[in-house]
Write a protein that binds this ligand. Structure first.
Ligand code: NAP
Ligand code: F7E
Length: 330
């Protein structure tokens, strides 16, 4: 059976990828940071087939040990400080984990696998945030980078060091440049889930309003379940290459609000939405649109879930989750 090590196993993508690899017959190992932590234990309980291995992207020796224990054929490096707003107030931490963490993982693979060993295939979670202040639309694998946050800057380093180790040491190392992808497992701090969770709570009479920042941003939003399929396909390809993964459609936060509120029968959301400057960022990424033609041609990858289906899925999930919580508490 093939063996895979996933960093960021407790995150949105880690959970989807673990399920996908398990369904394909992999032995799945998940890098877990920190000491005994009830939150992490709670997540891992849902994935009994995942073998947890202790390790932190800030600590090279822990990564060497984790690779030694898991003996993976494939490593998916999804662990990161991934919340862009947080990266402005924790810039050094973000550079350390989301940037240098990639270098540490690549070095750990070389140390365990042998210096010229390309037998461990490596996936790096690169991001559309590297395009930032976009130089052209749509963005492809060839579009120059112009990151707009410490997160984007750290990811540019991770992207280039992955490319550099591929070119220098003949490693099977590649990056997926993934545009925003969401779903019921999305963290509550990200704008899509923040909206769908609040919409559900408003519908259930548990909350009065949503407080947001910049409503003018536009994103190319896809479904996380579709995107982890692309990660796996990239590591099954004959050669290590980088791929843009996106839907090719851009939608505004206004449109997201329209669909999410319509799902619970509210046509005019203006009375429920307030803006607060505390959610504005020092620098913003205004609009992103990805061109995933290369992934379609080379990997045969295409997204299956539409924008409207995504919003519906997230609102329905939050209605269920919030109703169950309300029932439990009284
Ligand atoms: P997420 O839900 O925020 O998950 C991040 C994961 O990283 C968590 O499991 C977290 O563990 C782990 N982590 C944080 N610090 C770590 C450390 N020091 N050592 C080891 N693990 C650490 O992120 P996601 O949405 O699943 O995204 C997965 C990856 O894709 C990230 O690298 C993200 O930057 C990138 N990405 C995401 C998107 C998107 O739209 N979702 C798009 C492009 C790229 P704890 O739970 O223990 O904190
Ligand atoms: O913000 C605006 C905000 O935090 C989207 C990460 O997964 O995708 C994600 O990064 C937009 C921004 O995602 C609020 O200013 C308005 O313009 O959901 P977000 P993100 O910054 O695009 C990329 C591809 C990644 O790689 C990242 O890891 O929405 N916005 N009001 C808000 N955003 C948040 N979070 N909260 C608000 O109240």
């Amino acid at each position: 059976m093939p063996r895979a090590l996933i960093t960021g196993i407790t995150g949105q993508d880690g959970q989807h990828l673990a399920e996908l690899l398990n369904s394909k017959g992999y032995d799945v190992f998940g890098l877990v940071k920190g000491q005994n932590n009830p939150r992490i234990a709670g997540v891992l309980e849902q994935f009994p087939f995942v073998e947890p291995v202790s390790g932190d992207l800030a600590d090279l020796s822990s990564l060497v040990k984790a690779i030694g224990l898991a003996q993976p054929d494939e490593v998916y490096n999804l662990g990161a400080v991934s919340y862009v707003a947080y990266s402005f107030t924790h810039a050094e931490l973000t550079a350390d984990i989301s940037g240098l963490g990639v270098l540490r993982m690549l070095d750990a693979i070389r140390m365990v696998g042998g210096l010229d060993d390309s037998s461990i295939r490596f996936y790096q979670a690169s991001t559309s945030e590297m395009f930032g202040e976009v130089r052209e639309t749509p963005q492809t694998e060839m579009t120059p980078f112009h990151p707009r946050s410490p997160y984007g800057c750290a990811k540019v380093f991770g992207h280039y060091i992955t490319m550099n180790y591929r070119e220098s040491y003949d490693m099977f190392a590649c990056s997926g440049i993934l545009f925003n992808h969401e779903g019921p497992r999305r963290g509550l701090e990200f704008v899509t889930r923040k909206i769908t969770n609040a919409v559900a709570r408003i519908k259930l009479g548990l909350q009065d309003e949503i407080v947001l920042g910049n409503l003018d941003s536009k994103r190319d939003w896809g479904y996380a379940g579709d995107y982890v399929r692309a990660m796996w396909l990239m590591l099954q390809h004959d050669t290590p290459e980088d791929f843009v993964i996106a839907t090719g459609e851009t939608h505004s936060i206004h449109e997201f609000l329209d669909l999410a509120f319509a799902e619970v029968g509210i046509d005019d959301w203006q009375p429920y939405v307030r803006q607060d400057p505390k959610f504005l960022r020092p620098a913003e990424v205004d609009v992103l649109t990805g061109d995933a033609s290369k992934a379609k041609e080379v990997l045969g990858w295409e997204p299956e879930v539409s924008f409207a289906q995504l919003v519906k899925m997230m609102v329905e999930n939050d209605l269920e989750v919030e109703a169950a919580k309300a029932h439990l508490h009284g």
